[in-house]
Design a protein around this ligand. Structure first.
Ligand SMILES: [Zn+2]
Length: 309
């Protein structure tokens, strides 16, 4: 999924997440607990715009990285990006049951010869592990911008472990960089491109809108529904791979992606997501899951404490 100054183009799907569950009370019977969970998922899926679900949240821990082209010193870039991730997380949490928290900072060495975001993303995936976070978000200052449309950011699709953004974008200011991050995190939660001119999922961002005082970065109703469905499964059913979403959710997502694809017939994002879902089968115990949809296994450092009897 790419964000562009101008146009965004998806490049393929998926990543690592461990989470914190909020259903902790010891006095719920199993039956009651299941019915509460089902009700919460049902409400989440029903709701199109405002956040109604605050019962449980999943924290996704992030390792934030810059490449060796970053000119600011550590304390400066770390504060800048910490604030940006916090702001993006605040926005995302209004539309889903997921929050992002910075767990650590790092640096990677980017190849000066690479000039396109797709190759850069591949390099980033090879060189960087999200640990000790669950996803890695890289901010690269490597690129030289061309005239016209430029790719601002990219990830391979929902629940993917790596997200890459361009940090040194000329004429792109902090609010637009924030919106680009929100856009990519939207893709992480299954959002595809929308024709809604005010949605963070419009295909062309970095258009100056985010800088206007009256503009609020947010999502269109269809993508809100999608993110709500995906994040509910992440939170309540601990789904860590897009392929492992429930059949019911996949069916409902297909309906929403078809609606988005109709809105933007020439944009590949929703079509790509439809393809992911149609191809996705939960991997069997012994089979290797498809790389594009794989959410790599990881020690979950935030497991619920064992119940005391
Ligand atoms: Zn995109």
């Amino acid at each position: 999924m790419g964000s562009r100054i101008g146009l965004r183009r998806p490049s393929g799907p998926c990543g690592k997440v461990s989470c914190r569950q909020a259903f902790r009370s010891n006095h719920q019977t199993p039956v009651y607990r299941v019915s509460v969970i089902l009700l919460a998922v049902f409400l989440a899926a029903l709701s199109g715009s405002a956040k109604t679900l605050s019962a449980a949240e999943t924290i996704i821990y992030v390792q934030v990285l810059v490449d060796d082209e970053e000119v600011a010193n550590s304390s400066v870039w770390q504060q800048r990006l910490q604030e940006r991730v916090d702001a993006a997380s605040d926005i995302i949490s209004q539309y889903s049951s997921v929050r992002f928290k910075v767990r650590s900072f790092g640096k990677w060495h980017s190849d000066n010869r690479i000039r396109d975001l797709n190759r850069s993303l591949r390099e980033f995936e090879q060189e960087v592990t999200p640990k000790p976070g669950q996803i890695a978000i890289g901010f690269s200052s490597q690129y030289q911008f061309k005239r016209g449309l430029n790719t601002l950011g990219g990830t391979r699709g929902p629940l993917h472990s790596h997200v890459l953004l361009r940090e040194s974008s000329p004429k792109t200011f902090e609010p637009e960089k924030l919106e680009a991050l929100v856009h990519e995190l939207g893709h992480f939660l299954g959002a595809a491109h929308s024709a809604d001119p005010n949605s963070a999922m419009r295909p062309v961002i970095g258009d100056g809108k985010a800088r206007s005082a009256n503009f609020k970065i947010g999502f269109d109703p269809i993508n809100t529904k999608i993110m709500r469905m995906v994040s509910s499964e992440v939170t309540y059913f601990k789904v860590r791979r897009y392929a492992n979403l429930s059949d019911r959710t996949k069916e409902r997502l297909l309906v929403e992606y078809e609606r988005l694809a109709k809105q933007l017939p020439s944009d590949p994002a929703a079509k790509k997501f439809i393809e992911f879902i149609k191809k996705s089968k939960p991997p069997s115990e012994n089979s290797k899951p498809p790389a594009s949809l794989y959410f790599p296994p990881q020690d979950d450092p935030f497991k619920l404490p064992k119940k005391k009897n």
